[in-house]
Design a protein around this ligand. Structure first.
Ligand code: SAM
Length: 210
C-alpha cells in the first residue's frame, strides 16, 4: 500500500497544481480522458439524457449528479460535453480546482466522505494511487443512486515506486465485499513515473450497485 501520507500528497499537489494542466494529455496520462468517458456513456443511456442526446425531448426532470473524488483540475468530458448544462458536478479536492464545478469540498476522501447521497455517477481517477486504504469503497454503494455507476482507476500491481498498487483479485474482492459489480474493466497506460522512470499502468473499472 502507499507510503505517502495525506500531508505528503497535499504538499506534492500544492506545488504541482499550477503546472498540472500543462502535463495533462491523452498521451501522457490517458485515464482522465478515457474512464470518465465510459461513465458518461452509461449516463447518456439513462432515460433522462438518452432523448436529449438524440436531439429530442424536453428538459430532464433534474440535472444528473456527478461526484468527482480527488478532482484535481476536473474531468473535461463532463464540462465540454454538449449536454454539460444537464450535469451538476461536485468536486472533492485537496487542491487545483479549475473548471466550473457546482460545488467543491476540500476534504480528505479517506476520512471525511459525508458528501451526500444519490449521485448518478462517481469518478475517482488517479487517486487510489495515494490512498493508504481503499476506504472509499465502503461509501460507494451508499453514495450511488440505484442506477448510478462509478469509474475508478487502480494502479496496476506491476512496477516499483512508493504509491499504492492493486491487482485484479483485490479489486474484485473489494467490489464484492461492498455489494458492487464490475461491469467494465480494462487495463490502460498510466503515466511515466517520475520517481522510477518506469511506465505505470492502470486498471480502469466501472462499477454499479448489486
Ligand atoms: C493524479 S491527481 C488526479 C486528479 C484528477 N482526478 C485527474 O485525473 O486529473 C490526484 C488527485 O488526488 C487528490 N488526492 C489524493 N489523495 C487524496 C485524499 N486523501 N483526499 C482528497 N484528495 C486526494 C490529489 O490532491 C490530486 O488532486
Amino acid at each position: 500500500m502507499a507510503a505517502w501520507s495525506v500531508e505528503e500528497t497535499v504538499r506534492y499537489f500544492s506545488s504541482y497544481a499550477a503546472k498540472y494542466d500543462e502535463d495533462l494529455s491523452p498521451e501522457t496520462y490517458p485515464a482522465p480522458f478515457v474512464v470518465p468517458a465510459w461513465v458518461l456513456e452509461r449516463l447518456l443511456d439513462t432515460p433522462e439524457l438518452a432523448q436529449l442526446d438524440k436531439g429530442a425531448g424536453s428538459e430532464p426532470p433534474r440535472p444528473l449528479r456527478v461526484l468527482d473524488l480527488g478532482c484535481g483540475t476536473g474531468q473535461r468530458v463532463f464540462f465540454e460535453h454538449p449536454l454539460r448544462d444537464h450535469f451538476r458536478v461536485v468536486g472533492m479536492l485537496a487542491l487545483a480546482r479549475k473548471l466550473p464545478f457546482a460545488e467543491t469540498h476540500c476534504k480528505d476522501i479517506e476520512s471525511e466522505l459525508d458528501i451526500g447521497l444519490d449521485f448518478d455517477a462517481v469518478v475517482c481517477i488517479g487517486v487510489m494511487d495515494f490512498c493508504r486504504d481503499p476506504s472509499v469503497f465502503k461509501q460507494l454503494h451508499k453514495m450511488l443512486s440505484p442506477s448510478g455507476c462509478a469509474g475508478i482507476t487502480f494502479p496496476d500491481a506491476r512496477g516499483d515506486g512508493s504509491l499504492a498498487k492493486f491487482n485484479r483479485e483485490q479489486i474484485e474482492s473489494l467490489a464484492d465485499a461492498h455489494q458492487l459489480s464490475i461491469v467494465r474493466s480494462e487495463q490502460l497506460f498510466g503515466y511515466r513515473d517520475s520517481e522510477t522512470g518506469e511506465d505505470t499502468h492502470y486498471i480502469g473499472v466501472v462499477l454499479i450497485r448489486k
